[in-house]
Ligand binder design. Sequence first.
Ligand code: WT7
Length: 658
Amino acid sequence: MTAPNVFQPPTHEGHTTHIGSLDEYRRMHRESIDNPEQFFGKLGRELLSWSKPSTTVKSGGFHDGDIAWFLGGELNVSYNCVDRHAAENPDRVAIIWEADEPGHDERWTYRKLQQEVCRFANVLLKFGVRKGDTVAIYLPMVPEAAVAMLACTRIGAIHSTVFAGFSAEALRDRILDADCRILITADQGKRGGKTVHLKQIADEALAGCPHVRNVIVFQRTGDMAVPFSAPRDVWWHEEVADQRPYCPPVPMNSEDPLFMLYTSGSTGKPKGVLHTQAGYLLGAAATCKYVFDIHPGDVFGCMADVGWITGHSYIVYGPLALGVTTVMFESVPTYPNASRYWVMVDKHRITQFYTAPTAIRALRRLGDEPVAPYKLDSLRVLGSVGEPINPEAWLWYHDVVGRKRCMIVDTYWQTETGSHIITPLPGVTPTKPGSATLPFFGIDVAILDPETGRELEGNDVTGVLAVRQPFPSLTRTVYNNHRRYLDTYMRPYNGYYFTGDGATRDSDGYIWINGRLDDVINVAGHRISTAEVEAALILHPACAEAAVVGVAHDVTGQAIVCFCTLKSHGAGDSLEKALIGQVRTHIGPFATPQRVVIVHDLPKTRSGKIMRRILRKIAGKEVTIKDYDEPESIAAKLGDLSTLAEPGVVKHLLERFA
Ligand code: WT7
């Protein structure tokens, strides 16, 4: 390789990585593609414990979306994540909880985790939850969130975790879509010293959910002013106190549903992405093992929230399936100051640390001083996830946090893929800052021509990122909407799983992710659909039309800018604020627009289609009112405007945006 910025995978004295070389990886990868039955059959036996072995490793395909892995097999996810480790080494620490309050932490052993999962599974049974039922979880970052998820899996219930930053309306819609009868929440949450009023928000959501029978409320803060209405509401601590600390795990078929997680796509309505038991767990465990090079005794620190897929796979299921210690971090990287992460790494001797580019960029801005005093010598692998990482942030992570001795893994994946699909591997992959590098085992990457759908062979090509054959942790359906599953992922390019992202394969065969091709914006690693934001805006009585675009942002990667027209003119700043509030109430604070601009008209084609390209460039300040006097410069910057129904709209938008 000739490129200047190539980093060889570091070695650590006295430590041997699971895979020793790029050649070994290539051999294994080839086998995983040419002979997936053998490869994953073996991996499934190595990493998972089965109550009944499977008869068929791989079946089905993209065309009908009848993908199935490990048919005939039976296992229980909570048994795999808890019992087998508790039996072998009950005193090993399963979870380290780092609370919002600095200096406050808890250590849960596998024995304790097993007892709490069992007690809570018995509580769920008491409230009538049965195999195949859906349970909604709306909890802050406390160990009980993992307990609630694992307790569901123990009895075969399907959990639907809703990120605690979602609003009442978003929670309501998710509860209704999945027809959940039980909600698990907390009195309040704590984040960066602030209180999140979870139970109050949950109550607002439940006003629209007549089928919810019971709400199990975990006491995080103990504030007695929290609304509570017995007999619907019951306290977690009171209920578990009555239960026996053992509950037999229910053997589940490999393809029984495990959980669903809502995610945003091109249309306004979020989809319940469904994952199943064995394939998902194998994907989470295998990527945890090889991508983070996890060994017994490691302390794995994933800074995500359990409300997102990263938290599912890399706080709960992956590390626990491997029997190591996982860290649950309740706070934010800058509370009480910008050293919080590094204090924590040294205190718990974290070996793998996993966070998002937005956090890295935010910390980089605050300089090296908050990092410098800490040893950080326990770290071997630093992970990045959720959005493309710019080379500057990558290098800072590598040099300042990793002290040039840690492997950086830029992991590309999605809620739908369940686990990493393109990523470097420690001990294996020379890295290039900004590239997710090479496919994981079982991932048969293809780059397609966006128009023809034909595969772009060889290197130095750019197109649509797709996958050529099913892999174990790929989502099996959209909850109650298989047609939408096929339409979204399998039909855009026949014979391929369509990721929705663009990508380049460079001259060395390395993959670079170029971002979403659909109308999805990535704000601080959170996936937000422009259609969903628009739908929220037009629910406001004053708003006639809305068009939402993403603009580049130094810290959060992208930010949301909204253009709205009104039903009647004459509104001022207060309406802009109200419209921002509208988005916060309908989706949640993490989707707060950076700006709402009220305009008289939107740029449309004669057939009425909004030309977002124009809005994107104006919102991104690629063109300003100063350019307006030079028609050539406008044309060069905005592209062909001949299809615009009202050419005058451009000047108006530039004036309004100035
Ligand atoms: C979208 C998936 C995967 C867990 C968190 C987000 C973007 C994700 C990377 C990366 C460039 C990335 C893609 C993808 N993305 N990881 N390493 N480099 N882009 O999960 O909410 O399902 O979002 O996040 O655009 O499609 P998600």
